[in-house]
Design a protein around this ligand. Structure first.
Ligand code: FES
Length: 163
C-alpha cells in the first residue's frame, strides 16, 4: 500500500519505538507526527498510521476524534484555539471569542478565506492559573486580553509567527 506519510514520519517514529512498550502505545505520538505532514489528518493518513501501528483504521479514527488537538478537516496556517471553559470564561473568554470572530470576519469553527486563520473553541487547556488562555498552533498564549489578542493576530498577519 502506498502511504501519504513521508520518510520523516517513519524516521521519527523509529526514534520513539524503543521508548514505548509496544506500538499501540505510540498512537498519540504517531498522530501528532502524521498531523505535522499536512496540518491535519486526511483519511489516508489515518489509514497509514493504522497500518504502521498494526490496528484497524477505525481504532485510529476513534482516538483522533476523541482529542481536540487532532484536526480531522483542513485548518488554517494558524489555528487559534480559545479556551472558553470556566476559569477562562470568568475572565472574559467569551468577549475574546467575540472579538476574534469580528476581527477575523469568521465564526468560531471557520477558516478565513485566505486560509491563514482557523478559530476554534477549546475546553480547558490546562492553563487555568493564567486564564484566559489560547493556543496558537502548538504555542500557549496566556493572560490574554483584547489588546494582546489583537496584537497577536496582527503579528501573524505580518508573517511574524509560525509554530
Ligand atoms: S479553563 Fe481555560 S485553561 Fe483551564
Amino acid at each position: 500500500m502506498s502511504t501519504p506519510l513521508s520518510n520523516k514520519f517513519y524516521e521519527e517514529m523509529k526514534k520513539l519505538e524503543s521508548r514505548y512498550p509496544n506500538k499501540k502505545a505510540l498512537i498519540l505520538p504517531a498522530l501528532h507526527q502524521a498531523q505535522k505532514e499536512y496540518g491535519w489528518l486526511p483519511k489516508e493518513s489515518l489509514a497509514a498510521v493504522a497500518e504502521y501501528i498494526g490496528v484497524h483504521e477505525a481504532q485510529i479514527r476513534e482516538v483522533a476524534s476523541f482529542y481536540t488537538m487532532y484536526n480531522l478537516k483542513p485548518v488554517g496556517k494558524m489555528h487559534l484555539k480559545i479556551c472558553t471553559n470556566v476559569a477562562c470564561c470568568l475572565r472574559g473568554a467569551d468577549e475574546l471569542m467575540g472579538f476574534a470572530e469580528k476581527k477575523l470576519e469568521i465564526e468560531c469553527g471557520e477558516t478565513t478565506k485566505d486560509g491563514l486563520f482557523t478559530l476554534s473553541e477549546e475546553e480547558c487547556l490546562g492553563a487555568c492559573t493564567a486564564a484566559p488562555a489560547m493556543m496558537a498552533n502548538d504555542d500557549y498564549v496566556e493572560e490574554l486580553d483584547i489588546h494582546k489578542l489583537n496584537a497577536y493576530i496582527e503579528k501573524i498577519k505580518e508573517g511574524g509567527v509560525r509554530s
